[in-house]
Design a protein around this ligand. Structure first.
Ligand SMILES: [Mg+2]
Length: 415
């Protein structure tokens, strides 16, 4: 049996901001993508803002209604990365197997190091919790279990500043009554699909006939069923914090195979819009694009390319993706799945070199204004309030919203 911890720093971005600016710590505080834009979104909030009902992902104007006097701070990823690194240095004292998940979460596999530590996983979890609080000034929640999925679930159950144990002997009593959406990788769209077949709790999922799940959700249905039954065997990989913000991507498995370049362009358009909106949400720009193609024989191909200017709009992402596609795909087979990632990320406020002889940079800024306006409209009236005309060509192929549906799939299951 493995011993795995999942350590989650509580209200991470906002906690770090409050450390740097103690004068704001007794106010509701939120880190927001673009504080001057009413429709910018909340990326993180402190405990006080949370108690007033402020939630991650909502628009700034909504949050301000709930928490008058809300202090807004723009994100500073360099600061967060520094704290993330310092926390991981503490974790490394207990194991060399540490996997980052975002900037504020890490799995630690203690299985092999326990014999040298002369301690037990729960005591180590409490020690780590105490040390991060004292040495960094940030509280953490820790889940202790025999696999990654339940360790992560445990760290969500009690917070802030708590340890939750989900031992093998009792996982059914603890985990099965919880709503199915609490399980990592069950996003809102998957939860809706499961509800339709009367799967509301993790226990319902565990007791479900796995062949029905496979029919409804494909291979993913079986993976989730294994998770619910405590059979997640995925290893804790050595993944560092900086690898976690190296890219922002979206992908999809298409409802039908893609046969033509036009098909591919339609789907890349939806993906590029989503990736660009996500870049803007977190105040980032990218200087490269990576595409990933999977044909209906499950052969895959990945290619990347640098761009001349950092950008956060859909047009250059789409163009670069199509260039890569035309250059590298020979249509031996129709395509089943494609994805698009923004790579080489930089913070958006980095100044851009304007050229006297070339108006690309100016055009990019103009495009950015247009797309930010669309973000605002979609935020107020829903994703479908503004659609490209191309979306009407084949609504079945393009009728998805990767930004909302987006679930991060664990590397190991789809390799
Ligand atoms: Mg956290």
């Amino acid at each position: 049996m493995r011993s795995i911890l999942h350590v989650d720093m509580n209200n991470f971005y906002a906690s770090v901001e409050c450390l740097y600016r103690p004068e704001i710590r007794n106010f509701p505080v939120a880190v927001a993508g673009d504080p001057l834009n009413r429709h910018g979104i909340i990326l993180a909030k402190n405990m006080i803002a949370k108690k007033l009902g402020v939630t991650t992902g909502e628009a700034i104007w909504e949050a301000k209604l709930k928490a008058p006097g809300l202090v807004l701070v723009p994100p500073d990823y360099k600061k967060y990365l520094r704290f993330s690194r310092m926390a991981r240095e503490i974790y490394y004292e207990y194991s060399d197997q540490v996997e980052a998940f975002g900037l504020d979460e890490n799995w630690i596999d203690l299985t092999n190091s326990l014999q040298y530590l002369h301690s037990d996983p729960v005591t180590i979890a409490d020690t780590i919790r105490q040390r991060v609080k004292e040495e960094l000034g940030v509280t953490v929640s820790v889940g202790v279990s025999f696999n990654k999925i339940f360790a992560k679930l445990g760290s969500d159950l009690k917070k802030p500043d708590a340890t939750t144990v989900i031992p093998y002997e009792h996982f059914r009593e603890i985990v099965w009554p919880l709503p199915v959406g609490d399980l990592l990788y069950v996003g809102s769209s998957t939860a809706r699909k499961l509800e339709l077949i009367a799967v509301n709790t993790i226990g319902d999922l565990a007791r479900m006939d796995v062949s029905i799940l496979k029919r409804k959700l494909g291979k993913w249905g079986e993976v989730l069923w294994l998770f619910a039954n405590g059979q997640d065997t995925s290893p804790v990989r050595r993944i560092s914090e900086s690898e976690q913000i190296k890219s922002i991507g979206n992908g999809t498995t298409c409802p039908r195979d893609l046969q033509t370049e036009q098909d591919v362009r339609l789907v890349f358009t939806v993906l590029a819009e989503s990736v660009a909106a996500r870049l803007r949400d977190c105040c980032m720009k990218c200087q490269g694009v990576q595409i990933y193609l999977r044909d209906n024989d499950l052969q895959s191909l990945s290619r990347q390319k640098k761009m001349a200017y950092p950008c956060c709009t859909s047009e250059p992402l789409l163009q670069t993706a199509m260039e890569l596609f035309r250059q590298h795909y020979r249509w031996q087979k129709p395509l089943r799945g494609i994805s698009l990632s923004a790579i080489y990320l930089v913070t958006a406020n980095k100044h851009m070199q304007l050229s006297l002889f070339d108006d690309t940079a100016e055009q990019l800024l103009l495009q950015e204004q247009i797309e930010k306006t669309i973000d605002g409209l979609r935020c107020r009236f829903g994703h479908d309030a503004v659609l490209r005309a191309s979306a009407l060509l084949d609504p079945k192929l393009t009728g998805f919203n990767p930004k909302e549906d987006h679930t991060i799939h664990p590397y190991n299951y789809f390799r």
